[in-house]
Design a protein. Structure first.
Length: 344
């Protein structure tokens, strides 16, 4: 390490890989600012298997052989509470798993041959415990999917939270919900896991739906952001384009209104917290009692409880968001080995 050169931040990513979250991840991977120790393919909007398949295709397009660990297919209490298997019907227009699958050839310049060496047999929770406990210093975590595997790791190894430097979570909503009348998809998939992680003594930054819906990306802005070209910009554009018809089918957005920057907002907040407009400490809990409110995030907006468990905001600074997004898209991609070490 050259004198004065800053060591890259050690990072583990949890992701349920569909178009939105993959576009967010494409902004960060291969950036010398971060050393990615591994990626957990979580279940959620798509199964863990499809999440891993999509993720491997993304890594193949980036030419980055980073180790991928399969997450749990079910929520923590799926086998204990039969009601967990009886999720309410998806909202009208909500895409099926097949609609969120990356077909062969969908991503430009993909290298399918890399996939077999990147997919690991070790369960994600075990990887998280071992990677965090063996790391020199603390490791940061970016969660772009449900928190099942992280919650499982915290339960397996008490005190593991001391090894987590910071945790940025995409999930929840104050004024907005998506998967049900009250809940956001990541927390609705596994409310108990969400409550476990939110209750842990970790430095948490929560990026709720409110932030994603406060700044939307139109076709015109997407074209301007990716006009310089490059692999990262090509991938980002390819992953964003399918979101326009998906959000148009959900109603209220699409071609005219643009697409909300949900996972992308979390990735940009991970890179630069200043994209959040006035983040403050809050007490946030997750309802897991079943019924209509299952998975709902409850914010103490009066801030009368002083045992704050995270920092969060309800909107983005759109100017800083676009500046950060432009910066991430313009940065080159540096090759990494399976443990995040730079290759020559």
């Amino acid at each position: 390490m050259e004198e004065g050169k800053k060591c890259p931040e050690k990072v583990i990513v949890l992701i349920n890989t569909e178009f939105d979250s993959a576009a967010a991840l494409a902004l960060l991977l291969g950036n010398p600012r971060w050393q990615v120790l591994g990626i957990v393919a979580s279940a959620g909007k798509v199964s863990s298997r499809v999440s891993a398949e999509n993720l491997l295709r993304l890594l193949g397009a980036l030419k980055l052989p980073i180790a991928v660990y399969p997450g749990m297919e079910q929520s923590l209490c799926a086998d204990l509470d039969p009601l967990r298997k009886q999720l309410e019907p998806l909202p009208r227009g909500w895409p099926s798993e097949e609609a969120l699958r990356f077909d062969d050839g969908f991503l430009p310049n993909a290298t399918p041959g890399m996939q077999s060496c990147m997919l690991q047999k070790k369960p994600a929770a075990i990887f998280l415990v071992e990677a965090l406990e063996s790391a020199a210093g603390q490791v940061s975590i970016l969660s772009l999917g449900p928190l099942t595997d992280l919650a499982c790791a915290l339960k397996l190894a008490p005190g593991l939270e001391k090894k987590i430097g910071r945790l940025v979570i995409l999930g929840g909503g104050h004024r907005y919900s998506d998967i049900s009348c009250a809940a956001e998809a990541n927390f609705r998939f596994d409310p108990e896991a969400g409550a476990t992680v939110m209750g842990s003594p970790v430095d948490k930054l929560l990026v709720p739906l409110d932030c994603g819906y406060s700044c939307c990306l139109t076709r015109g802005r997407l074209g301007r952001l990716t006009a310089r070209g490059g692999v990262r910009a090509q991938l980002f554009e390819a992953l964003c384009i399918p979101l326009f018809p998906l959000y148009r089918a959900l109603g209220g957005m699409g071609e005219k209104g643009g697409i909300p920057l949900k996972a992308v907002a979390a990735a940009c907040a991970f890179a630069n917290e200043a994209v959040l407009a006035s983040p403050l400490p809050y007490s946030v809990d997750v309802d897991f009692g079943g019924g209509l409110a299952d998975g709902q995030t409850v914010f103490d907006t009066r801030r009368i409880f002083e045992d704050y468990n995270c920092r969060t905001a309800f909107s983005l600074d759109c100017a800083r968001m676009e500046e950060t997004l432009e910066g991430l898209l313009s940065e080159g991609i540096r090759g990494q080995s399976g443990r995040g070490e730079e290759r020559a």
